[in-house]
Design a protein around this ligand. Structure first.
Ligand SMILES: Cc1cc2nc3c(=O)[nH]c(=O)nc-3n(C[C@H](O)[C@H](O)[C@H](O)COP(=O)(O)O)c2cc1C
Length: 318
């Protein structure tokens, strides 16, 4: 199956896919778009420096160093404040804004944000509508949802709200809030959405290999895909999917990990590098047994030189 024309988006992952990771993954893959970790909107305008911290690419025309667009994601519950912050994100250089209606974190849900909004489709409507009115017509206002909170009873209503509010695209993480991140993802609901609404739909959830992507496209009846954990587990997954590339070899993977170590800024907290690397390896080890061995050794290492020596030992070709 030829998937070269299929748009592939790098999923937002709070605390994991930051500017550094976006740079790394877009430099080795042909992603069409990245979405940032969420910017939390409570009341009032979020300071500009917060936007720039979460999305440093705003300083480079809203693009990663290799030119992939990066869209700011907003999370909140007040239509008016989200709209004003959407405009601020645009003025700062974000190519469109993405709205989060899927976050399951208790702190976010307690204040009625993220996935909690799936219980009130009319508020989803108001938020998208307000942001759509605030953002210039030529820029996208996209939304990201789950299938529902407890169950899928309100799924149709949520879809209608998203469509009638004028969202440019809709990414669907094919699980309810209650289902968390537990496999499987229920792609058949995405298929229901693509036949029910005219809003272009992006399929998300449990794409770890090319075969998963093909099955997902078939079931969800959309050519647009969003990759999350799989994109970290197999770092060249977008190109594996699009161009039928082979997943990177162990040595290619280790060279990439070494590159990552060099990219982590100097002078940050002592354990920053080792904890970031371990965090990434937790995903990589799902696809590469060698990553588990490296992970086990890294537990005891904190200095950059020690970590680099450890990685070097696992290289077959030096
Ligand atoms: C650690 C972590 C952080 C996440 N942060 C965000 C986020 O900030 N915004 C968002 O819309 N989704 C977030 N998600 C959800 C992912 O974007 C994605 O929808 C989910 O992981 C399912 O896709 P996957 O099976 O390909 O990983 C996060 C997921 C994880 C595991």
């Amino acid at each position: 199956m030829i998937l070269q024309e299929n748009p592939i988006i790098l999923a937002p992952m709070e605390g994991v896919i930051d500017a550094l990771m976006r740079d790394l993954l877009t430099s080795i893959n042909d992603y069409d778009l990245c979405v940032t970790e969420f910017v939390r909107v409570v009341k009032g305008l979020v300071p500009k420096h917060v936007f720039k911290k979460i999305c440093p690419e705003l300083l480079t025309n809203g693009k990663t160093p290799n030119g992939t667009p990066v869209r700011v994601q907003l999370l909140g519950q007040h239509p008016q404040w989200l709209a004003e912050n959407a405009l601020r994100a645009i003025e700062l250089g974000s190519p469109g804004v993405d709205l989060n209606f899927g976050c399951p974190a208790p702190t976010v849900n307690k204040s009625k944000g993220g996935a909690m909004l799936l219980k009130t489709p009319e508020v989803i409507y108001q938020i998208i509508n307000a942001c759509r009115e605030a953002v210039p017509d030529n820029l996208e206002v996209s939304a990201k949802i789950r299938l529902g909170w407890e169950d899928t009873a309100q799924f149709n209503e949520i879809l209608s709200a998203v469509e009638s509010a004028g969202a440019s695209t809709l990414a669907i993480h094919a699980r309810t809030k209650k289902q968390g991140y537990k496999a499987p993802a229920h792609w058949q609901y995405i298929g229901q959405a693509t036949s029910q609404i005219t809003t272009p739909v992006i399929a998300n959830g449990e794409i770890w290999q090319r075969d998963d992507a093909i099955k997902c496209i078939h079931t969800s009846k959309t050519k647009r895909l969003m990759l999350g954990r799989g994109a970290l587990a197999t770092p060249n997954l977008a190109n594996v999917v699009k161009f039928d590339e082979q997943p990177m070899t162990n040595d290619e993977l280790i060279h990439l990990l070494i590159h990552f170590c060099h990219q982590v800024p100097e002078g940050v907290k002592e354990h920053y590098l080792s904890s970031r690397l371990k965090q990434w390896l937790k995903y990589v080890r799902l696809q590469y047994p060698i990553a588990q061995l490296i992970f086990d050794e890294l537990k005891y290492l904190h200095q950059k030189d020690d970590i680099l020596q450890c990685l070097d030992r696992y290289l077959i070709t030096k």
